[in-house]
Design a protein around this ligand. Structure first.
Ligand SMILES: Cc1cc2nc3c(=O)[nH]c(=O)nc-3n(C[C@H](O)[C@H](O)[C@H](O)COP(=O)(O)OP(=O)(O)OC[C@H]3O[C@@H](n4cnc5c(N)ncnc54)[C@H](O)[C@@H]3O)c2cc1C
Length: 399
């Protein structure tokens, strides 16, 4: 297993490129197992990143030892889920997970790095931009090169395994020519997100989902009395929305939100992606492996990328451990990892495609009237509840 290099450079068990939720979590799990890990990130500080930040898992954050910090970050627990279908409201307790919360990534990613810093066998190098991989004569990846911010010369690091946790535009996946195994080229909606001040919160922490004729708007309260809003529109409307005026105007179209607006302001920058390409890659090859968005990237409408990154990092750490302890071959470990990833994320991929497809269909005036009746006649609303079994079966069968 040990590699020898002329020049005697340190050889890490694992080099991880990317130190946010996938990379930092993997470093923690491997570091706790005693491995010598190098964690690199081109950012010097974990600042804001494109994400609405909703997380639904609990146990994984407990095992990362950051759950207490998450629950005390100032964001309310999101107990309710409210769907506004062009003015018709459906609302209930959140059922998909035991605890839903939205946490700014500056906080979440820093909590992870604080845990990393407790492990002396993890070396962290922030502000280091990896620009290439190093291969041996057999074409196996044995290290990475890059530049530290402010330095002009390249520096190289060597490791037994190189992990690309470098996000949806992963350099590592490009350099190793990771094969794309599934892609949705017909993604309907681009995404723009911003933090908003000046919206009075719902009395109980609530995720608000608005189906509008233009697309989807998702909003939720975060810390500092702010809300995080993501507006999802077709690429043709992206430019209109991806600026402060356009974004604010779009929020003013939400009739049921407007009464809660009081001196609305955008805090920080508006960020967006015009064209999203959900995709899956073959996540491993000789001595390299991908985790997080670099391995499988879903449309943000799925709202599960953070949990997926963290949970698959744990599964990867387990499989790497079995390989490094020579209890399993590389192929065995990595194919198990890939299966676990696919079992978790593939259904979410298909579900996000189908959710986006709903955007194409508009509700006609007759359907509007009938929906109003279903929402406002108490006996009809109760009948819906009483017939929920049949309605669910009918909807799942595509009726
Ligand atoms: C608009 C939007 C909304 C979203 N909303 C949600 C949500 O509500 N809930 C949810 O769970 N998920 C959401 N997601 C998805 C979630 O943000 C991602 O799945 C998650 O950030 C993936 O984590 P990661 O660690 O794999 O990658 P990233 O968070 O992208 O981190 C990659 C890291 O790699 C570093 N890096 C990249 N290239 C290099 C290089 N060459 N050298 C060194 N370092 C490098 C970057 O600096 C970065 O820090 C959303 C995504 C978008 C775009």
């Amino acid at each position: 297993m040990t590699l020898l290099f002329i020049g005697g450079s340190t050889i890490f068990d694992v080099i991880i490129v990317g130190a946010r939720c996938a990379g930092a979590s993997l470093a923690i799990f491997l570091g706790r197992l005693g491995y010598k890990v190098l964690l690199l990130d081109k950012s010097s500080k974990m600042g804001p990143t494109l994400s609405t930040h909703i997380i639904g898992e609990v146990d994984i954050y407990k095992s990362l030892n950051i759950n207490y910090k998450i629950e005390n970050c100032g964001s309310p627990i999101l107990e309710r889920f409210r769907v506004d279908v062009e003015g018709h409201i459906f609302e209930s307790d959140t059922v998909v997970s035991n605890r839903v919360i939205s946490i700014r990534r500056e906080l979440l990613d820093s909590y992870l790095l604080q845990e990393v810093s407790k492990l002396p066998n993890i070396k962290v190098n922030l502000g280091f931009n990896v620009n290439d991989i190093i291969e041996n004569s057999k074409g196996e990846i044995i290290g990475v090169t890059g530049k530290k911010k402010g330095c002009t010369s390249n520096q190289s690091f060597y490791g037994n395994i190189i992990v690309g946790a470098d996000g949806r535009n992963s350099l590592i996946s490009r350099k190793v020519s990771a094969k794309t195994t599934l892609v949705n080229k017909n993604e309907e909606l681009g995404v723009v997100y911003a933090y908003i001040k000046g919206i009075n919160p719902m009395p109980v922490g609530t995720v608000e989902w608005y189906w509008t004729p233009n697309g989807v708007v998702i909003g939720n309260p975060i810390d500092q009395n702010m809300h995080c809003f993501a507006i999802m529109v077709p690429p043709s409307k992206f430019k209109e929305i991806c600026n402060p005026n356009g974004f604010i105007q779009q929020l003013y179209q939400l009739r049921m939100l407007v009464p809660r607006i009081d001196n609305l302001k955008i805090a920080g920058k508006i960020k967006g992606i015009k064209k999203v390409n959900s995709n899956f890659k073959k996540p491993y090859g000789k001595r390299w492996v991908l985790v997080g968005d670099s391995s499988a990237f879903l449309h943000p409408i799925a709202g599960v990328g953070i949990d997926n990154a963290v949970c698959t990092a744990e599964q990867l750490a387990l499989q790497l451990d079995l390989y490094l302890k020579e209890k399993q071959s590389w192929e065995e470990s990595m194919s198990i990892y890939q299966n676990l990833r696919d079992n978790r994320i593939l259904p979410q991929f298909y579900s996000s495609v189908s959710t986006q497809n709903f955007q194409k269909t508009n509700i006609n005036s007759v359907q509007h009237e009938l929906t109003s009746m279903l929402c406002t006649f108490p006996s009809l609303a109760k009948k819906i509840a009483l017939h929920s079994n049949q309605i669910m079966t009918m909807l799942q069968e595509g009726g």
